[in-house]
Design a protein around this ligand. Structure first.
Ligand code: UD1
Ligand code: MG
Length: 449
């Protein structure tokens, strides 16, 4: 087993994003770009990950620690080129890995398989492997100069001759280096070029000077899209959504109109789930076997149990735990609440910071009043209870098993099990009063002749 060090370059400012957020923290499919790159590196079996960030990139470092706690973070204090950035991780390189792979934090769609393919030739003796692709418009990319099957140089746009600019095969940015030779090669790279930068791409010619070969591995342009602007962020999002929809379909999910369903990188589905059109899955959603998510629902940080039905027009917020066969219907919002199996909340309700026992029915228009203006409080409703329509449960409050709350109740006190609670004023009927009032009013209000 060859030991792999992955170095992720993430020191860029991302000026063209026009953002106060560092570029690599912008999300695709609900996850920061740099986290997608870290996921791929981990899945590719990296023994170590080193991330190179810019000065004042504490937020990037924090995200890196969250996703890959064992990763090392290095700061490149001056932006002097891609080879200079890689050398910021010198102490990691000095430990001597078999393979070193350089990735960009703003190129989020690279798959672990591609990292593996890039490493392949190193085991066969190559010093460098470069990920190539053929963009529609090669302008701005480094061109891959080949002779026979071998890569002999990478020429940056600004340094390229006219003949070299005509080459369609370009550098995607990913590079694998023989870990035993990497430091020697990188230290020999100079800055005698149009941008006066230390180009990582010069590794190819340096290796050649040392009598070592370089190879190209070609990837689809889709996989290596780099994000420098919001438009490219949207492009990457579209490509990744396509991949995630495909993965869901292949995993046994029915997406009635796949192009209208938005998924997160971590959305997880059981089998025979049906997702109707126009559903958005934010981060952290798990849907179990046989559940149906009806049209125009929005889910985030929620767990939907087997056979449950959600929507249309439902909103599940973080901490929504729906047991087996639960029904959550139209215009219902559930937050930080456990709904035990068989619970029904079918219409126009807000259930927050609540636990509801099995088979309880929550009538239309029910609201758990969980916030008193200062703090949040919990509501507990037992099993087999019935909450009449338009009830307000003022938390903290507990309703026992089998209790029955009358329609329109304002429940401010605990309700014992099997009790009937009516939390509203009693109705008063005054016979004939309506007719008398009407007569009086129509006399008084009759139009003047
Ligand atoms: C680079 C490649 C080019 C390739 C292109 C693909 C070099 C010299 N050129 O060009 O061949 O076709 O990517 O997109 O490598 N970075 C740092 N510190 C630095 C400089 C860059 O961290 O000092 C990071 C950037 O944040 C970015 C990546 O390295 O993630 C690439 O840098 P960028 O300036 O975009 O290089 P390109 O000119 O696009
Ligand atoms: Mg670039």
């Amino acid at each position: 087993m060859r030991q792999l060090l992955v170095i992720v370059l993430a020191a860029g400012e991302g000026t063209r994003m026009l953002s106060s957020l560092p570029k690599v923290l912008h999300a695709v499919a609900g996850r920061p770009m740099v986290s997608h790159v870290l996921d791929a590196a981990l899945a590719a079996g990296a023994a170590k990950i080193a991330v190179v960030v810019g000065p004042d990139h504490d937020k990037v470092a924090a995200e890196v620690r969250r996703v890959a706690p064992d990763a090392e973070v290095f700061v490149q204090s001056e932006r002097r080129g891609t080879a200079h950035a890689v050398l910021a991780a010198r102490s990691a390189l000095e430990r001597g890995y078999d393979d070193v792979v350089v990735m960009y934090g703003d190129t989020p769609l690279v798959r672990p398989e591609t990292i593996g393919a890039l490493r392949g030739p190193l085991a066969g003796g190559a010093a460098v492997t470069v990920l190539g692709f053929r963009p529609d418009n090669p302008f701005g990319y480094g061109r891959l100069v080949t002779q026979g099957g071998a890569l002999v140089a990478i020429r940056e746009e600004k340094d390229a001759s006219e003949a070299e600019r005509a080459i369609g095969l370009c550098n995607a940015g990913l590079m694998a280096l023989d870990g035993r030779a990497a430091l020697d090669i990188l230290d020999r790279i100079g800055d005698a070029n149009a941008k006066k930068e230390f180009y990582l791409t010069d590794a190819v010619e340096v290796a050649r000077g040392l009598g070592r070969a370089s190879m190209v591995h070609e990837a689809a342009a889709e996989e290596v899209v780099g994000v420098n602007s919001r438009a490219q962020l949207a492009e990457a999002e579209a490509i990744l959504q396509g991949r995630l929809r495909r993965r869901a379909l292949d995993g046994g999910v029915t997406l009635v109109a796949p192009e209208t369903v938005f998924l997160s990188a971590d959305t997880s589905f059981g089998r025979d789930v049906i997702v109707e059109p126009n559903v958005v899955f934010g981060a952290g959603v798990r849907v179990e076997d046989g559940a149906t998510i009806r049209a125009f629902s929005h889910l985030e940080g929620a767990h939907v149990g087997a056979g449950a039905i959600v929507g249309p027009f439902a909103r599940l917020r973080p901490g929504a735990e729906l047991g087996q066969g639960v029904h959550v219907g139209n215009f219902v919002e559930i937050k930080a609440s456990d709904l035990a199996p068989g619970v029904k909340v079918n219409h126009l309700s807000y259930v927050g910071d609540t636990s509801v026992g099995a088979n309880t029915n929550i009538g239309a228009g029910t609201i758990t009043c969980n916030y008193d203006g200062f703090r949040k409080h919990r509501t507990t409703i037992g099993a087999n209870a019935f909450v009449g329509t338009n009830s307000l449960l003022v938390a903290p409050v507990t309703v026992g098993d089998g209790a029955y709350l009358g329609t329109g109740s304002v429940i401010t006190e605990d309700v014992p099990a099997d009790a009937l609670a009516i939390g509203r004023a009693r109705q008063v009927n005054k016979p004939g009063l309506a007719a008398r009032l009407r007569a009086k009013l129509s006399a008084g209000l009759a139009p003047k002749k």
